[in-house]
Design a protein around this ligand. Structure first.
Ligand code: UDP
Length: 322
């Protein structure tokens, strides 16, 4: 197959490129490096079945090559400090960017897959979150640029499916981590690992009773590949239901790297969801998919990647309160 991936230089995008090339497909990557990393493109440039286009999908999608089988739309800043630094770009890539990617899929008669997010559930009042839950989102708060962009992206994806017959898929990605995360993205996984590797205290925002459920990137990629293989157009949660409070998570990383480190408590981030855990019954029933990689195993692999590359400076403050 010939597969175009927007956001190919991002964390998840680069793992998709790797998987599809390994499976023998041709991949066209596209990124504008707003949050993607050039070195994620450089990894594949020598591969005969990889081609890269540097462009901003929110403005245009300059692909004029052979017929595509799939368009996968993964372009967007995704960490809270990053999308809050670029709120307008984040809204644009969820809106115009999604429409440009849908138009391309429609022109080529290709499948279209949207990377949506657990953030569409906002600060959820239903726990765990099934796809049928409509969410509890602040429409104009500091996270709204991301949440509402992805909600709009889901809406326009379904509109292209219903109105134009595009063969669409929607995944809702829960917190995902692994090698090649941007070290300065300001997320809890990257901050805690960096802090621990530098011998610093781990910074918990708020009282640390808020929960997250962390999925290793290889499990996500497997879920995406399986969903492309079935005709199903409603959203599908992809996440690991193994839930931790942020305090538990800090202790886990500390114990993995240096049990003598302190944890400190800072101001809570604005509009921070109090709980998040996917209901994955749909993915399990539809795809026979469940996450395989335990948190300890996935974190160990991620820490190794960070150790090998720990000289990257931090661009974002570790305080994410908007
Ligand atoms: N968080 C934290 N310390 C940090 C970074 C984040 O305690 O250094 C908290 C954050 O407030 C949130 C959780 O960890 O409750 C997950 O934050 P992240 O930015 O990774 O992503 P989110 O799940 O909020 O999109």
């Amino acid at each position: 197959m010939r597969i175009l991936i927007t956001g190919s230089a991002g964390f998840v995008g680069s793992h998709l490129v790797e998987r599809f090339l390994r499976d023998g497909h041709t991949v066209v990557g596209l990124d504008n490096y707003l949050s993607g990393q050039r070195r994620n493109t450089e990894l594949f440039l020598a591969h005969p079945n990889f081609r890269f286009i540097e462009a901003d999908v929110s403005r245009h999608l300059p692909y004029d090559g052979e017929r595509l089988d799939w368009v996968l739309h993964f372009a967007s800043p995704a960490s809270p400090p990053h999308y809050q630094q670029y709120p307008i770009e984040t809204l644009m890539v969820g809106a115009q960017g999604t429409q440009h990617a849908l138009d391309l899929a429609s022109q080529h008669g290709a499948g279209f897959l949207l990377a949506s997010t657990s953030e569409v559930y906002g600060d959820p009042l239903v726990h765990p979150q099934p796809e049928s839950y409509w969410g509890h989102v602040n429409p104009n708060g500091v996270r709204s640029c991301y949440d509402e962009a992805k909600r709009y992206a889901e809406a326009i994806t379904m509109a292209y499916h219903r109105d134009r017959g595009v063969d669409t898929r929607i995944i809702r990605i829960f917190n995902t981590y692994g090698p090649r995360m941007r070290h300065d993205d300001g997320r809890v996984v990257t901050n805690f690992i960096h802090q621990a590797l530098r011998g610093e205290a781990l910074t918990i925002h708020g009282d640390g009773s808020q929960t997250r459920s962390f999925q290793f990137v290889d499990d996500l990629v497997e879920g995406i590949v399986r969903l492309m293989g079935v005709r199903y157009h409603e959203p599908v949660n992809l996440g690991n239901p193994d839930e931790y409070t942020i305090v538990q998570f800090a202790h886990l990383i500390r114990d993995l790297i240096d049990p003598s480190l302190d944890v400190t408590f800072e101001a809570a981030a604005q509009d921070d969801p109090k709980q998040r855990k996917p209901d994955i019954a749909r993915a399990r029933d539809l795809l026979g998919w469940t996450p395989r990689v335990s948190l300890i195993e996935g974190l160990s692999r991620t820490v190794e990647d960070f150790r090998a590359d720990s000289k990257v400076p931090l661009l974002f403050s570790t305080t994410t309160s908007g």
